[in-house]
Design a binder for this molecule. Structure first.
Ligand SMILES: Nc1ncnc2c1ncn2[C@@H]1O[C@H](COP(=O)(O)OP(=O)(O)O)[C@@H](O)[C@H]1O
Ligand SMILES: [Mg+2]
Length: 292
């Protein structure tokens, strides 16, 4: 590992930002999502597991929707079903693109998801290659996105030569490259140190403000949920159901410091933790009971 600094300030490329601002100016260009009666169970050696049960959820175009919930409550399962990587046992998911075309979604996972044999730039360009975009266009779009996430200097580096924060930035740039209508993020900052996490949260807010994309974001962190989200959905312990919905009142565009110093931040944090604490405790007790 090179130990290169991960705290590179973002310097969004003008053309990319201008394009996104124009697109987002008055009209979100993201997809809308309608989930109805969605349940998923898995057959395992010890019997079926109900991962999620009876999820009903509508996400409007351009919304930043955050899911928090205890470990094992089905957050990843839900995201994978919305991404089309997995299917529900019953229920339906409908993702509608704003132009009524085929919606494009992209997923950012926690931890190692880059191809280790490709440079950062090649990783970012990968989805474009799959879409058949020509080599020159791919290269210029990838270079532009790497600039957006502050990584131009590392375009020719390989994932193992840069820090974890830089790899996550690259994964975000790769997801943005295909201009998704829906960005699905599964604890993307979960393995990062606190400072890198704060910087990436701020960068994501800027990118989202300019893009108009719909985001469905999973996190363990109440703080992160409040900083980023328009709406927070709190899931119950397994089987995961939506237990509570919180509308986040902070104005946009947001900065981390504005949000944290807002007088409503602490009461909202306490309210969310109150709901989560019951679920985390209940889930642990339930699991302990099941193994005894
Ligand atoms: N492919 C699978 N096969 C069997 N069980 C699974 C599978 N995927 C997830 N599960 C189980 O479903 C539950 C929810 O998992 P997951 O969606 O990963 O939760 P979370 O992301 O909230 O931690 C867990 O009990 C997990 O073990
Ligand atoms: Mg998960």
């Amino acid at each position: 590992m090179s130990g290169a600094p991960a705290t590179v300030a973002v310097s969004p490329s003008r053309t990319l930002l201008a394009e996104r601002e124009a697109a987002a100016a008055h009209q979100p260009r993201g997809a809308s999502v309608a989930i109805t009666g969605l349940s998923r169970s898995f057959d395992t050696a010890t019997g079926p597991i109900d991962a999620i049960r009876g999820i009903d959820l509508s996400i409007r175009a351009g919304e930043f929707c955050v899911i928090v919930g205890p470990s094992g409550c089905g957050k990843t399962t839900l995201l994978r079903i919305v991404a089309g990587l997995e299917h529900g046992t019953i229920g339906s998911v409908n993702v509608a693109a704003p132009d009524r075309g085929v919606p494009k979604s992209a997923m950012v996972f926690q931890g190692r998801s880059l191809f280790p044999w490709l440079t950062l730039q090649q990783n970012v360009a990968y989805g474009l290659k799959v879409q058949g975009v020509d080599r020159n266009t791919r290269a210029s779009l990838a270079a532009e996105l790497l600039q957006t996430v502050g990584l131009s200097r590392f375009a020719k580096s390989y994932p193992h030569q840069v820090s974890e924060g830089m790899r996550q930035r690259t994964a975000i740039a790769r997801a943005l490259a295909i201009k998704p209508d829906l960005l699905l993020m599964d604890e993307p900052f979960g393995s990062l140190d606190e400072q890198t996490r704060l910087i990436l949260q701020e960068e994501l807010l800027k990118i989202w403000d300019a893009s108009g994309q719909t985001v469905l974001f999973v996190t363990h962190s109440i703080d992160e949920a409040l900083v980023l989200g328009d709406r927070i959905l709190i899931m119950s312990a397994q089987p995961g159901q939506i237990k509570k919905e919180i509308l986040v009142p902070f104005p946009r565009p947001r900065t981390l410091t504005d949000v944290r110093s807002n007088s409503v931040f602490a009461p909202l944090f306490t309210e969310i933790w109150g709901v989560l604490r019951d679920e985390v405790g209940g889930g642990r007790l339930g699991q302990a009971g099941a193994t005894q």
